[in-house]
Design a protein around this ligand. Structure first.
Ligand code: AMP
Ligand code: GLY
Length: 417
């Protein structure tokens, strides 16, 4: 099978890495890709937001499966355009991707499906904003209704800051603060059958100790030694299956990757958000642990035949990923800095540790930074402590001027196991 992956971040590198190891995959393409993905897939230039261009590329390549990685093309209808030319595509329709594209839509679906989530108000005027902030009190949780690459959410004790963020949005969701640790649980679905993956935890704040601004994610690990072993079954029953059933009932079935961002609160598990695609950086650690070859699972989801798939097989290993971000991320990241030490990781640390590229490009013989999150250094080990040690050893070999990374990814969880 020929597979085309759309996107060019560390998530797509992780997907391409797994697909390149799958004997069913005869040719692997990625568009537009990045400098690291070029080592495992053939890159093609494309405007990932242009459905017709992606469909034409898939046709030209004779792709038997297209996997759409990021949310923006999904919300823009790229999966619909590919489906329309008769090529199986892993990724939801534009309508179903509204589960991620609009927080207000997601709240409506959850209410209809009886899925536990934070109580919330959707506000469009300053009066509504003030009433909602007053109703919930601090800490305030203020979310831009539209897509904002993980940066549209402000959680703060500061009323003025909460108000300022809310008034800067056209439509804003203001909601109850959820305490307790966060878990990301992904499920692959064809719109009927739902197959959960293993839970992971990501680190959203820029700095150690969960300080600093929210980011797209600075690291992740899996499994979660502290979590209730019944968590996956519980979330399947309370969240994932009811949500998939509700979207089907509405005539907008969701096929692709359903990502539940959860808070394990003192009052039970609550959904913080849904995403309509694999999460980044959690995908890097979840796929590192998946033994089942990926292509047939994604193809069965695309074709509506997920019920024929054998149960997924997982490694006993733990996995940790540490994101190396550029100078000034997440504000105005500096790009164009050369990256050194990649060959040292390949020579010294492989196969247990490896570098997935997020924002990189080739400039002559050099690989340079090309985005806020630059690399995602991933490692597996017999437990989290070992995976962590290997990941940080590889991180230490990489030189990128002005770069930053968290030093506490999976530290607490590793101490627990
Ligand atoms: P989201 O984009 O909805 O995932 O929000 C980004 C981050 O903001 C989440 O991962 C949480 O850390 C935090 N957050 C979002 N909603 C809430 C909430 N209701 N209570 C507490 N923290 C939240
Ligand atoms: N890990 C956060 C996200 O993918 O949105």
């Amino acid at each position: 099978m020929k597979v085309l992956v759309i996107g060019g971040g560390a998530r797509e590198h992780a997907l391409c890495r797994s697909l390149s190891l799958d004997p069913d995959v005869s040719a692997l393409y990625c568009a537009p890709g990045n400098a690291g993905i070029a080592e495992v897939a053939e890159l093609r230039p494309v405007d990932a937001l242009d459905g017709d261009a992606v469909a034409a590329l898939a046709t030209e390549l004779g792709a038997g499966l297209v996997v759409v990685g990021p949310e923006a093309p999904l919300v823009a209808g790229v999966a619909d355009a590919v489906r329309a030319v008769g090529i199986p595509v892993f990724g939801p329709s534009a309508e179903a991707a509204q589960l991620e594209g609009s927080k207000a839509f997601a709240k409506d679906v959850m209410a209809a499906a009886g899925v536990p989530t934070a109580r919330s108000y959707v506000c469009t005027t300053p009066e509504e904003v003030d009433a909602a902030l007053d109703a919930f009190g601090a800490p305030y949780v203020v979310k831009d209704d539209g897509l904002a690459a993980g940066k549209g959410v402000v959680v703060t004790e500061d009323l003025a800051a909460a108000r300022a963020h809310a008034l800067g949005c056209d439509r804003v969701v203001i909601e109850e603060y959820l305490d307790g640790p966060e878990v990301s649980l992904f499920a692959i679905t064809d719109g009927v059958t739902v197959v959960p993956l293993q839970p992971a935890q990501d680190f959203k704040r820029a700095l150690d100790g969960d300080q600093g601004p929210n980011t797209g994610g600075m690291g992740a690990y899996s499994p979660l030694p502290w979590a209730d072993p019944k968590l996956v079954d519980e979330v399947m029953e309370l969240v994932l299956q009811p949500t998939v059933d509700e979207l089907r009932r509405r005539g907008t079935p969701f096929s692709g990757l359903l990502y539940a961002g959860l808070a394990i609160t003192s009052r039970g598990t609550r959904v913080i958000e849904f995403n309509a695609r694999f999460g980044d950086p959690e995908t890097q650690v979840v796929l590192a642990r998946l033994r089942t070859p990926l292509a047939s699972v994604l193809l069965n989801a695309a074709n509506g035949t997920l019920d024929t798939e054998a149960p997924l097989v997982w490694r006993d290993d733990a996995a940790v990923t540490v994101v190396i971000a550029s100078h000034n991320y997440p504000e105005t990241p500096r790009t164009g800095d050369p990256i050194e030490g990649l060959a040292d990781v390949a020579a010294e640390d492989a196969p247990d540790a490896y570098v997935l590229h997020a924002g990189t490009r080739r400039e002559g013989d050099a690989i340079v930074s090309a985005g806020g999150r630059v690399l995602s250094v991933t490692a597996t080990g017999s437990d989290l402590a070992q995976a962590r040690e290997k990941a940080y050893k590889a991180v230490a070999r990489i030189r990128l001027d002005g770069s930053q990374h968290r030093t506490d990814i999976a530290a607490k969880a590793a101490a627990h196991s």
